[in-house]
Design a binder for this molecule. Sequence first.
Ligand code: SF4
Ligand code: SF4
Length: 167
Amino acid sequence: MTGFATTFRHLFRKPITEEYPEYKRPLPARSRARIILTRDPDGGERCVACYLCSAVCPVSCISMQSAEDESGRRYAEWFRINFARCIYCGLCEEACPTCAIQLTPDFENCQRDILTLVFEKKDLLVDHQGKDKEYNFYKYAGVVTGVGKKGEHVKEDRPVNVKSNLP
Ligand code: SF4
Ligand code: SF4
């Protein structure tokens, strides 16, 4: 009966029509649509080309090549997302340790030519921090603390020589 009553009430309500695209309803910041690569507050690229987003992507639509600059900082030499395959699941954003890759509410990303949905780094990299305004990966990771070298802290294992562990 409650269902019938609800339906009956709606019969006499004034319809609400949103004239898209003239009117665009503001979407929540956490909406999952077009992907961007963001920057640190100091302007550096956040992406350290760790391949985690690429590994976690269920449809394998992210690819990249890592490189190092003269200071040893890693970055993506090229970075590519095929939006024709992306299902906007948000797993890449969850996996990213540097908050570099972020999904935005911009859902107007339809094209007739499927090849134009392959976005390169120049199409993805933006000049702002996206949702995480303050986060600066290089201020938290790899910073020398002055209380000992790697492996010298309490209960910390010595660094492993990966080459000596080869079978
Ligand atoms: S949103 Fe999902 S499908 Fe799209 S690139 Fe990220 S992990 Fe892959
Ligand atoms: S976007 Fe994030 S997860 Fe993907 S390679 Fe760059 S740092 Fe790693």
